[in-house]
Design a protein around this ligand. Sequence first.
Ligand code: IYR
Length: 221
Amino acid sequence: MSENFIPYTGYEPRTDEDMQQRADAFFKLMGKRRTIREFSGQTVSAKIIDQCIRTAGSAPSGANQQPWHFVVITDPKVKQEIRTAAEKEEREFYAGRAGDVWLDTLAPLGTDAEKPFLERAPVLIAIFEQKYRVESGGTRVKHYYSKESTGIATGLLITALHQAGLATLTHTPSPMNFLTQILDRPEGEKPFLLLVVGHPAAGVTVPDLSKKSLEEIRTNK
Ligand code: IYR
C-alpha cells in the first residue's frame, strides 16, 4: 500500500436522539434554500467565498483526484463579458434551439434570455470539471468520475454558501464553452456550471414550487 494510513478522528459517537435532532435541524435549514434570480448590490467578503470553496474542496472524488476548479469572478468587466456571451447563447436557446418540449417544461420558472444577474450579483463562481490533467511533460492523466465528483463538490458549495447566509443561482448557459475562453482555462477542463452568489434583492419572489415527498423519492427494501 503506497498511501500512509492514519487513525480517523472525525467520527463523534452520538445518541439516536441527538442524531435525530441534528438531522431535523439540517433538513429545516436546507429547506430554506431557494434559487433566486434577482440579487441586491450588497457585496460579499472574499474570505467567506474562499472558506465555502474549501468546503467544496473537501468533497469525496474518484481516486481523490479532486477534478474541479473554481474561478471566483468579481471584476465588473469580466462579469459583463460573461453576461454578453451567455445572453447570446440563451437567445438562441429560447428562440428555438431548446425545442418546444423543453421550453414548456421551463415555463413555470419564468426564465428568459435576459441574464442581468450575471452583472448585478457581486460574485460569480465558474465551476470547471477537470476531465484530465496535463502533466509538465505533456502526458495526459485521466480523471475518473470527474462529473460525479464535481457534482458532489458543487452540492457542498451550494450547501456551504446557504449555511453561511448567502443566496445562489445555479446557472447553466448552454453551451458554455465561452467560459473556457473568457476565463482562460486550460485544456482538459470543461465548464460545469456557473454559480451566481450574493444577497437577494429586496422583495424578491420565487416560484411556488414544492419538492417531491419522501414517499416519492425513497423506496425501502
Ligand atoms: N440555461 C437556460 C435555460 C434553463 C434550463 C433549465 I433545465 C433550468 O432549470 C433553468 C433555465 C437559462 O439559464 O435560462
